[in-house]
Every structure is written in C-alpha cells, then in structure tokens.
Design a protein around this ligand. Structure first.
Ligand code: SIN
Length: 290
C-alpha cells in the first residue's frame, strides 16, 4: 500500500480550554489532559470541556492522576452515558460495572491483544472506555490506538462508494468462549453476542464517518459472497491498522485513558510477561451503529 494514500491533514478545534490543559499527543490523534485530578470527580464545567476534547481528539490520556476510587470512576463514566456491562468478563467485587484488566505470571491471556473496538459484537456496542492503570511492569504494556476516521477518509472514492451500505459481521464466540474460566466464569450453554454493523459508521455526535471493522470481532461482510468477503475484509483490516493511523501510548502509574470506540481501535501489548499489569476499566454504552 502506498504511503501517499494514508496522508491527510487533521484540523483540530481551536477552542480555548479554561478548566483543563489539552496537548496534542500526535499530529492526528489523541491528546494529553492535565490540570484536573479525576480522583476528585468532574464538575459540570470540566465535564463539558473533557467531552469536547474527547470528540475532537478521539482518545484522551489524563496525566498526573491519583488512583481513582471505584465509585468515583463509575460516577465519572456515567456522566457520559449509561454504563455497559461486559458480556463475558466478571465485574469487580462490589462494583460490577468495573472490569479489572489484570495480567500476571500465571495469566493465560491478556486483554485486547488484537486490534479491536470494544465489544463491537454487541448490537449496541460501547461508546467509550475509561481505563486507569495502577500497576505497571517496569517497561512494556503499552497500548496502541488507531484512527478509524482516517482509515475511512483515505480509502479511494470508488472503494467508499462500494462499501457504503454494506455491513460487517461481528462475532464473539471465538473470542470469549472459555476466556475467563480462570476467573470463575463458567459459560457452558451461554450464547455470546453477534451483530451486523455498517462498515461506514457515522459517529452520532460528530457526524463523521469511520471505518468500523476490526480484527478481533469482524468475521465477514454480510452482503458479499464468501471469497469476496474474505478478500475485501482482509484489505480493510490491513488498511485500518496502517502504521500511519496509529499512536502508541506508554503508560505511567495512574494514567487514565479514555477512548472513543466509535472512531478508534486499540490493541494492548502483552510483552511484559511474567510481570504484572493491573487497572480498572469502565465502559459506557453507546448508540446502535448507523
Ligand atoms: C482493553 O480494554 O482492550 C485493554 C486495553 C489495555 O489493557 O491497555
């Protein structure tokens, strides 16, 4: 694939923020947020600016944070919408809304090792995810993010015309079956979600289109013949993961990342085994993709 195809200039909003400091993380994607400590909660004015920065940057990295108590983490997430409950993973004791991200020497899997948009197999997949990491390996355990607006916008016009109106098949049986058995989740007889979503997904708040397919959950293109589906999907996945659309975040203790699943994918690197990495994740329910 030619690099030229992926180049584009991204205009950031010129807004003056009064309650938070917003620094671009990379020219096209992500921003670092300073000036607030989420452990103290978010007031309405801070919320309004964080929400604006979130829509403008797709992924926010809150720096210089204290450890956020679970109840506060849940409260902040609820300001953005109703919460989403994971279809397979267990919730934290006393806080079912919190999904503990935890990998250590005895882990057989770590979460999010393949490019994905969280739980895209749900009929109504999550709007966004807030993850704070409390225990980090000495090095490694970075998370990569990719810009799905850029992926859509850099496809050629004939390709976009062909894809507009087609649907990706998103499945989860192959991802979730048996996955959390070491955390006490028995799933015999359980049916895991699957859904069909537009390949060109229109973001309900920005109105922009994003390429909505990902390697973990998307298994085909509903309207195409099997050979066409696998060839076109392979091309789209490779395009969506192009290095030009990526950023790689190196965590510091208590950083909080807040990503928009409607227009960005992510992938967590498990390069630190047998060291430990642990944090709390809360996910916000979104809209049915359209
Ligand atoms: C995930 O939620 O997919 C895991 C992300 C991470 O551990 O960095």
């Amino acid at each position: 694939m030619s690099d030229v195809v992926t180049k584009r200039v991204r205009e950031r909003d010129k807004r003056n923020y009064r309650h938070i400091e917003v620094r671009p993380f990379a020219p096209n994607l992500g921003a670092e947020i300073r000036g607030i400590d989420l452990a103290e909660g978010l007031n309405e004015e801070q919320f309004e600016e964080v929400h604006h920065a979130f829509l403008d940057n797709q992924i926010l990295f809150f720096k210089e944070q204290s450890e956020i108590p679970p109840a506060t983490h849940i409260e902040i997430a609820k300001m953005f919408g109703e919460l989403h409950f994971h279809p397979a993973a267990p919730g934290m004791d006393g806080y079912p809304e919190i999904f503990e991200i935890h990998a250590h020497a005895k882990s057989k899997i770590a979460n999010g090792e393949f490019w994905h948009s969280d739980v895209s197999c749900d009929e109504v997949p999550p709007l966004g995810t807030m993850l704070q990491i409390h225990i980090l390996p000495e090095c490694g355990g970075d998370t990569m993010f990719a810009d799905s607006y850029a992926a859509w916008e850099t496809l050629s016009e004939p390709m976009r015309e062909m894809l507009d109106g087609l649907h990706g098949v998103h499945e989860s049986e192959h991802v979730y079956r048996g996955r959390y058995s070491d955390r006490g989740m028995e799933d015999e007889g359980k049916v895991y979600p699957s859904a069909r979503h537009p390949i060109a997904r229109t973001h309900p708040e920005t109105g922009r289109k994003a390429l909505y397919v990902n390697r973990a959950f998307t298994t085909g293109i509903a309207e195409l013949a099997p050979d066409e589906s696998s060839a076109i999907l392979a091309l789209l996945l490779a395009h969506a993961e192009h290095v030009d659309f990526q950023i790689r975040f190196r965590w510091e203790k208590n950083d909080m990342a807040f990503w928009d699943n409607r227009c960005a994918m992510h992938r967590a690197l498990w390069d630190y085994w047998p060291a430990e990495r642990k944090g709390n994740r809360v996910t916000i329910k979104g809209d049915r993709p359209s």
